[in-house]
Design a protein around this ligand. Structure first.
Ligand SMILES: [Mn+2]
Length: 345
């Protein structure tokens, strides 16, 4: 992991590919996509086959029981360790008893309900969340060995990106860095979509990860300067102080952000502008962080219509599942989408 004076960045996720899984042929495609990534990461034949088996289980459940099932396959790469991550999302009936569904031999009717014991056993980590009547989200991670503890430890934040329909690359990107007492989140929505939007947001990620810690408004100003000569984009930084329990947020352009706590959603303010092109003012605002608060940032590939009714579930799930649930509930298909979730307890 890269380190800048006591500050480490969470590993980047790469190679993201979203695949619809609504018919049996698409299960095979998802499996091949996952196993070829596993081979590229140097997984041996046995472990690669285990990854394939897990994707087949998840995918089969999706096409049999779900509506609008989709699988995201991606890699998480640290300095020494690398993982394959499978995220499955659907709008099926959901599962009422997740514990029961994960026991081998239980064929609970409901999305993702069958054979999940096998997935959980093969994966290094596996978790699932379900909102009855709305759908299910599952994440399974595979390291080289099932019982390996990755170098990056437990991640307090996780994000998801999904390209606009018809594009392979997403023009939105995010990064997370942490130190002993803080967690700093950055998101960039490169203007437009496609490779040039991705180039702008990837540059923002590189600069943010290399930059020493600083106030969010200084980081946003730095990114504004750095993005000249690119398409530019919306940029935001949230600096979470885990000791004083405050978040200082600076957004330039259309990045949505909120603190979720006690069943309430407190929106955070971004000012108008385009990083790299136009910034009349760059301003940061402070917000309180109640106990167990969750901080969410998202691009305009998600609507603002989420939160209040889901706040209870969102606060207990791992960040990647919260991100997946929000993408399902609020994601739009006619724009790149990015959602980033941090747990602060
Ligand atoms: Mn956008």
């Amino acid at each position: 992991m890269e380190e800048v004076i006591g500050r480490t960045c969470l590993p980047l996720v790469r190679d993201e590919v979203w695949l619809p899984v609504e018919e049996t042929a698409q299960v095979g495609r998802a499996r091949r996509s996952a196993t070829s990534l596993a081979e590229r990461l140097g997984f041996d034949a046995t472990r690669t086959a285990e990854v394939g088996l897990a994707v087949t289980e998840v995918g089969t459940n999706l096409y049999k029981h779900a509506q609008q099932g989709a699988v995201l396959i991606r890699t998480v790469r640290g300095e020494r360790d690398a993982a394959i991550e499978i995220v499955a999302l659907d709008r099926g009936p959901g599962i009422r008893d997740l514990t029961l569904a994960q026991q081998d031999g239980q064929s609970t009717t409901g999305t993702l309900g069958v054979g999940l014991g096998a997935v959980a056993r093969l994966a290094t980590t596996c978790s699932m969340t379900s909102q009855p009547g709305r759908g299910t989200a599952l994440v399974a991670r595979f390291l080289l060995k099932a019982d390996r503890v990755p170098e990056w430890g437990e991640e307090p934040a996780a994000g998801l990106t999904r390209p606009i329909g018809g594009e392979d690359v997403c023009g939105d990107a995010y990064a997370v860095c942490r130190s002993a007492d803080r967690l700093v989140l950055m998101m960039c929505d490169g203007s437009g979509h496609g490779p040039l939007a991705a180039a702008a947001s990837e540059l923002a990620v590189r600069i943010f990860r290399d930059e020493p810690a600083g106030q969010p408004e200084a980081l946003v100003a730095r990114l504004h300067t750095a993005l000249r000569g690119t398409r530019g984009g919306a940029v935001a930084v949230a600096d979470i102080d885990l000791v004083t329990r405050k978040v200082r947020y600076c957004g330039l352009g259309n990045i949505g952000a909120a603190v979720l706590a006690d069943g309430r959603k407190q929106g955070m303010i971004s000012v108008p502008g385009v990083a790299g092109h136009q910034a009349r003012t760059i301003r940061a605002f402070d917000y309180a962080l109640p106990e167990r608060a969750v901080v969410v940032m998202h691009s305009d590939g998600l609507t603002e219509r989420w939160g209040a009714d889901q706040a209870g579930d969102l606060i207990v799930d791992p960040p990647v599942l919260v991100a997946a649930t929000l993408l399902r509930e609020a994601g739009v298909r006619n724009d790149d989408a990015c959602v980033l979730v941090a747990r602060t307890a």
